[in-house]
Design a protein around this ligand. Structure first.
Ligand SMILES: C[S@@+](CC[C@H](N)C(=O)[O-])C[C@H]1O[C@@H](n2cnc3c(N)ncnc32)[C@H](O)[C@@H]1O
Length: 297
């Protein structure tokens, strides 16, 4: 199914306790939710925007009854849709789950042939709509902004010349022919696929809204734990936590944006935690994970 990434570190930092209530903002295959429910006699409110995640949540509901509830929703909306109460912890495990990646029909991976879809919630525009209808400039902008792809313009030009592109392999082959192989073990199509996926699902906007919502939902002493997988996400989390904990200086390092006495979070790690060598060996997908956490002041 899905190997939950940095699970031991998530449990350590979230530190589930009896009677407390946690939000698992990215249910996925339920690995975090289940481990939290097993760790203490607490409750978990889980969200995922993928309708297939709801199907996976049913067995947890059967097992844990009213200690567990599931909302099919984007976490950017959670302050509005979750029961109004104070929560003891929020955890995010960003990106896609193995069940999503492993199904070629969802279009997330260039490793197998599938439609250019990439929608987590199965709604709205698909990756195919971007490559087949957007202007060359817009495509280049997306590849540069969300994939940090240095060959964004050349790829966009090639896409325009080749469309319509319908499958993941058609697009991946096209990108490989432009970028060429740079280093062993890294597919040149990675950045283009990341960019399209982030854009299709508005993942960076969602992350900003999700972090703001966590600030509203957490009680004093509540833990915010975020596991991210690439530098664009990690930068947003790092900046949010620095700002909210009064550790960012705008004009000078002696004048933080938020005075420390008004800080809403206490930053727990300046340097992100990373997976152990052992975990990376067992689950290479964990390689790029970064965990940051803070306590609601
Ligand atoms: C990496 S997986 C989580 C895996 C989970 N921690 C586990 O142990 O099984 C990320 C999940 O978050 C969901 N997701 C991503 N962005 C979301 C958003 N904005 N709102 C709700 N769910 C989201 C995806 O659909 C995916 O199922």
């Amino acid at each position: 199914m899905h190997n939950s990434v940095m699970l031991a570190e998530v449990l350590e930092t979230l530190s589930p306790c009896e009677s407390e209530i946690y939000i698992d903002a990215t249910f996925g295959a339920g690995g975090y939710s289940k481990a939290i429910l097993e760790k203490a006699n607490c409750s978990v409110v889980a969200l995922d925007c993928d309708p297939e995640a709801y199907e996976r949540s049913v067995s947890l509901k059967n097992q844990y009854g009213n200690r567990f509830s599931f909302y099919e929703s984007r976490f950017g909306h959670m302050a509005r849709i979750l029961p109004a109460q104070e929560y003891d912890g929020v955890v995010f495990d960003l990106g896609v789950s193995s069940p999503q990646l492993n199904q070629a029909a969802r279009g997330f991976t260039f490793k197998s042939e599938g439609p250019l879809d990439m929608r987590m919630d199965k709604k709205g525009i698909r990756a195919a709509d971007i490559v087949n209808t957007f202007e060359e400039k817009e495509i280049a902008h997306i590849l540069w902004t969300y994939g940090e792809e240095r060959c964004s313009r050349a790829i966009a030009r090639a896409i325009i010349g080749k469309r319509p592109l319908e499958t993941t392999t058609e697009l991946a082959d096209l990108v490989r022919s432009i970028v060429g192989f740079e280093r062993k073990g890294f597919d040149p199509a990675t950045r283009t696929f990341q960019a399209l996926r982030l854009y299709v699902n508005d993942e960076l906007g969602e992350l900003e809204r999700g972090l703001d919502a966590s600030e509203k939902l957490l009680k004093t002493g509540g833990r915010l734990v975020v596991v991210s997988f690439h530098s664009l996400e990690d930068r947003i989390v790092k900046t949010f936590l620095k700002e909210k904990s009064g550790s960012i200086s705008q004009l000078s390092r002696h004048f933080p944006t938020v005075p420390r006495e008004q800080a809403t979070f206490i930053l727990k790690n300046k340097k992100a935690l990373t997976p152990s060598e052992d975990e990376i060996q067992k689950n290479p997908r964990s390689r790029s994970a970064r965990l940051r956490w803070a306590i609601r002041a």
